[in-house]
Write a protein that binds this ligand. Structure first.
Ligand code: UTP
Ligand code: MN
Length: 530
C-alpha cells in the first residue's frame, strides 16, 4: 500500500484513465477487465477524479490534444504514463511506483510550436444533457457557480411565473459541467445553443476580470440575501420569502416573532432553522438509512430501502435525506409506511411530519402531457427527524441503536399514534395544547439535531422509475422528461413511461432499461449531476 502512496501526491486513491487511441479494442478490453479483476480502479471517461492517465501516444502534447485539454494546468497533480506502467501494475496486482522511464515525454519543441496548445477547442456537445455525462466535480466551477447565482436570482424575481429565464442559466451551466476541459476563451462557446448571449457575457467577463459584476452585485444585494435565506426555511418557497421581505422582515428571528399564523411546516422550520441550515453530512444519512433499514426489515422482511437524492449521485452533503422503499412482491408495500413511522416514533426519531396518501392512478401517467413541477403521486412522509448528534461522528450499529432507544420514552410534544392515525391532515401535524411549542423544544438542551427527511414508497412495478426520479438531479429530470416528450412523444415521470404512439406504458426492471427505452446511453447516478 505504501507503494501506492509513494506514487501519488498525498493519499488520493489511484484512479486510472486509459486513452483508447492506438490501442486495439480487444486489447483495451482485456486490460480493463484485468485491472478490475486485480481491484485496480479504471474509469471509462476522463474527469477530475482521474489521478493517472495512461496512453500509447508518444508525447504529452498529443495526449492533451486527445483529451481536448487546452489548459495544461488541469494536468497538475495527474501522472501521464505509458501503457507499460499500467500493464506492469496489473501483473503485480498493485500500483507500482512511478519511475521517470514510465512518464510520457514532452513533445519535441518544433511540434509544439507548429500547433500551439491554446488553439481553440470549440465545444461539441449533445443536444440534451441526458445524452451526456454530467459529473459532480468538473472543470468549470467558477463559471457554473456564477451562472447558478443568476439562475437563483431569476427564479426569485420570476417566482410564480414560468422559469424560462432561470432555466436558461442552468442549461448553460450544465453544458460547462460536462466539458472535459476548462473554458479559456469565450469563442469556445460560440454557436452553442444552450449558452445564450447573457450567459456568454458572464463567461467573457469572468475570463477577463476573474468575476462577473452582475453576480457580485447579486450576492451583495440584501433583497437577494434575504429571499435566499427565507427560501431555505422548511415550508417556505420563494413566493412567501418575497412577501416577508416586502413586509420588512429581515431575519429568521423577526420572521419568528412577526409573521402571523403559519402552517405546521413553517412553525417547525423556523424553530429549527439553525439545525436545518447546516448541511446533512453523508455519514448522518448513512446512519439514518441503516437504522431505518433495520426497523423496516423487521416490519416487512425483504423490503428495499434506498438512499436516493443527491447522496446517490455522490454528493457528500445535502439539504435533506431522501429514502425510497419498495418490495419485490407487489402489494406487500401497502400499509408499510404508517407502520414504519409508528416504529420510528417509538425509537424517538420523529420530530414532526405529514403522511400523504398515494394519489396515483394510471390516468395520472397518460394525462397532463405537459406536467410542470416535479411533485409525484406516491404515498410519502415529509417531515423532520431527530438525529442523535453522534450520527455525525461515528458509524452506528443499528442493533445497538435499537437497544439504546428502546429505553427512551416517546418524545414529548408528539404523541405516539397507531397506523390508522397516519392520515393526511391528521393530528400529527397539529400542535397539541399544553405541549412544548417547536421553539421551546428547539431551545431546550438536547442531544439530537433536526433533519429534513422524505420517505417515499413505490409499488415494485414503478420502483425503477421512482428511483430514477428521486435520484435526480431536478435539472436532469427536467431534461430527460422534456427529451422524452420532444424526441419520442413519450411521457416520463417518477411513476413510469407512457408511449403515446402505442398508448401504453413501458415497464422497466432496472434503470438501464429505462435509458434503453429512451434510446439513451446509460448514465450512472454520479453522471446525472446536471
Ligand atoms: P431534493 O430536493 O432532495 O434534491 O430531491 P437533492 O438533489 O437530493 O438535493 P439535496 O442534496 O438534498 O440538497 C431529490 C429528488 O427527488 C425528486 C426531485 O426532483 C429530486 O431530483 N422528487 C422530489 C421527485 O421525484 N418527486 C417529488 O415529489 C419530490
Ligand atoms: Mn435530497
Amino acid at each position: 500500500m505504501s507503494d501506492t502512496e509513494a506514487s501519488t501526491s498525498e493519499s488520493k486513491p489511484v484512479v486510472v484513465y486509459i486513452v483508447p487511441t492506438r490501442i486495439q479494442k480487444k486489447r483495451l478490453k482485456d486490460i480493463k477487465s484485468g485491472a478490475r479483476r486485480k481491484k485496480l480502479s479504471v474509469v471509462e471517461s476522463f474527469g477530475p477524479r482521474v489521478t493517472h492517465i495512461v496512453s500509447e501516444l508518444d508525447n504529452r502534447y498529443k495526449v492533451a490534444r486527445k483529451l481536448k485539454i487546452v489548459d495544461y494546468s488541469i494536468l497538475k497533480g495527474m501522472e501521464l504514463l505509458k501503457l507499460t506502467w499500467f500493464t506492469a501494475c496489473i501483473k503485480k496486482a498493485e500500483i507500482i511506483p512511478v519511475e521517470d522511464e514510465h512518464r510520457i515525454p514532452e513533445p519535441p519543441p518544433e511540434e509544439e510550436s507548429a500547433a500551439p496548445l491554446e488553439s481553440l477547442q470549440q465545444i461539441t456537445t449533445t443536444e440534451w444533457a441526458c445524452q451526456r455525462a454530467t459529473p459532480l466535480r468538473h472543470f468549470n466551477e467558477i463559471f457554473c457557480n456564477a451562472l447558478e447565482v443568476l439562475q437563483m436570482k431569476a427564479e426569485f424575481v420570476d417566482s410564480g411565473q414560468d422559469h424560462l429565464r432561470s432555466l436558461a442559466f442552468r442549461r448553460a451551466s450544465c453544458v460547462l459541467k460536462s466539458l472535459p476541459f476548462v473554458i479559456t476563451n469565450v469563442k469556445q462557446v460560440k454557436g452553442q445553443k444552450d449558452i445564450g448571449g447573457h450567459s456568454r457575457q458572464v463567461i467573457k467577463e469572468i475570463l477577463a476580470e476573474g468575476f462577473a459584476t452582475e453576480v457580485e452585485e447579486t450576492l451583495k444585494d440584501p433583497w437577494f440575501q434575504k429571499v435566499k435565506l427565507f427560501s431555505t426555511i422548511f415550508g417556505v418557497g420563494p413566493a412567501t420569502a418575497k412577501i416577508w421581505v416586502e413586509q420588512g422582515v429581515n431575519t429568521v428571528a423577526e420572521a419568528q416573532a412577526k409573521c402571523e399564523r403559519k402552517n405546521w411546516m413553517v412553525q417547525w422550520g423556523l424553530a429549527f432553522h439553525d439545525d436545518l441550515i447546516d448541511q446533512v453530512q453523508l455519514i448522518e444519512a448513512e446512519n439514518l438509512t441503516a437504522v431505518i433499514r433495520a426497523e423496516a426489515e423487521r416490519i416487512l422482511p425483504g423490503v428495499i430501502v434506498t438512499l436516493t437524492g443527491g447522496f446517490r449521485r455522490g454528493k457528500s452533503c445535502g439539504h435533506d435525506i431522501d429514502l425510497l422503499f419498495s418490495h419485490p412482491e407487489e402489494g406487500k408495500e401497502v400499509n408499510f409506511l404508517p407502520k414504519l413511522l409508528t416504529q420510528l416514533e417509538q425509537r424517538s426519531l420523529v420530530l414532526c411530519g405529514k403522511l400523504e396518501k398515494s394519489s396515483y392512478g394510471d390516468r395520472v401517467l397518460s394525462r397532463d402531457y405537459n406536467t410542470k413541477g416535479h411533485m409525484d403521486h406516491y404515498e410519502k412522509w415529509l417531515g423532520l427527524m431527530k438525529l442523535p448528534k453522534r450520527f455525525c461522528h461515528e458509524k452506528i450499529n443499528p442493533s445497538e441503536y435499537r437497544f439504546l432507544m428502546s429505553n427512551n420514552a416517546p418524545v414529548r410534544g408528539i404523541e405516539t399514534c397507531t397506523a390508522d392515525d397516519y392520515e393526511p391532515h391528521s393530528k400529527k401535524q397539529r400542535l397539541c395544547e399544553g405541549e412544548p411549542s417547536p421553539i421551546t423544544l428547539a431551545t431546550s438542551p438536547r442531544t439530537w439535531t433536526a433533519r429534513r427527511v422524505d420517505l417515499v414508497i413505490a409499488p415494485y412495478s414503478m420502483y425503477y422509475y421512482a428511483l430514477l426520479g428521486w435520484t435526480g438531479s431536478k435539472q436532469f429530470n427536467r431534461d430527460i422528461r422534456l427529451y422524452s416528450q420532444k424526441t419520442l412523444n413519450h411521457k416520463l415521470t417518477s411513476h413510469g413511461l407512457w408511449n403515446f404512439e402505442l398508448n401504453k406504458k413501458l415497464p422497466a426492471s432496472s434503470e438501464e432499461e429505462i435509458f434503453s427505452h429512451l434510446n439513451l446511453p446509460y448514465q450512472q447516478p454520479s453522471d446525472r449531476n446536471c
